[in-house]
Design a protein around this ligand. Structure first.
Ligand SMILES: [Fe+2]
Length: 240
């Protein structure tokens, strides 16, 4: 694996060819877009569509009588249980993506030849296993609320789309370790903020036991974040 930033035949810069660039700028002024409109009309269209659009999905009705009773009870005390269920579904989807990310990164690290990666691989495996444990923890919390952990909630759907780019970076065979760690850092930053919010939300929803059970996961995520941040810095500095 090519694991360092290199000078090469990159022709993307406009300054490499001032004459061609001049012609390109001229052409962009002469050849108008074949779709009518401008940025203001585009913004108006977006606003109009957003005001008319349906939501991206819904939280399913609880599948069990026990779940229905809990939902009814929560609604009676003034809490919307669907918000917590939606966000639990979101973290569950994200932790699943997290295990995929670590799997892809471990495969990539195996290809590194010029650095000793034994310790790193061991830590990556640990973090992978913890992401899988978090997935199970969330599955249990959803079941406790009488919700179906296999359902794709709206926020789970959205977070899956967000994480797709991160997974694309790490699973691209051409990206090096630093580039992959950079993508992983985005995931871990989001994950930390996600757990913090989820604990707050569980407490506000009167689910203190669920909130308490998440503290260990948050502590582990904080460790993931610090480690990935340090690895990235070390790798970039090593290249310098
Ligand atoms: Fe993590």
């Amino acid at each position: 694996m090519q694991n360092a930033t290199q000078i090469g035949l990159n022709h993307t810069g406009a300054r490499l060819s001032p004459l061609d660039s001049e012609q390109q700028i001229k052409a962009s002024q002469e050849v108008l877009p074949d779709v009518p409109g401008n940025e203001q009309r585009l913004a108006l269209e977006r606003t109009e569509l957003a005001s008319e659009a349906e939501s991206i999905g819904s939280v399913p009705l609880p599948g069990s009588t026990k779940g229905m009773l809990k939902t009814a009870l929560n609604t009676l005390v003034g809490v919307n249980p669907e918000v917590l269920i939606d966000k639990l579904g979101e973290r569950l989807a994200f932790e699943r993506s997290g295990t995929r990310l670590y799997e892809a990164l471990m495969a990539k690290v195996q290809a590194i030849e010029d650095v000793d990666t034994e310790d790193m691989l061991e830590t990556l495996q640990n973090f992978h296993d913890q992401e899988a444990e978090h997935f199970k923890l969330l599955e249990g919390a959803l079941e406790r609320l009488g919700a179906d952990p296999t359902a794709m909630t709206p926020c789970a759907d959205v977070v899956g789309v967000s994480a797709a780019g991160i997974l694309q970076v790490v699973s691209d065979p051409r990206t090096n370790l630093a580039q992959s760690l950079n993508a992983l850092l985005t995931a871990e930053l989001t994950d930390n903020a996600g757990w913090e919010l989820l604990i707050r939300l569980a407490e506000t929803s009167g689910q203190n036991e669920i909130a308490d059970s998440f503290n260990k996961a948050l502590a582990q995520e904080q460790m993931h974040l610090e480690t990935v941040r340090n690895w990235l810095a070390m790798e970039v500095m090593r290249q310098v």
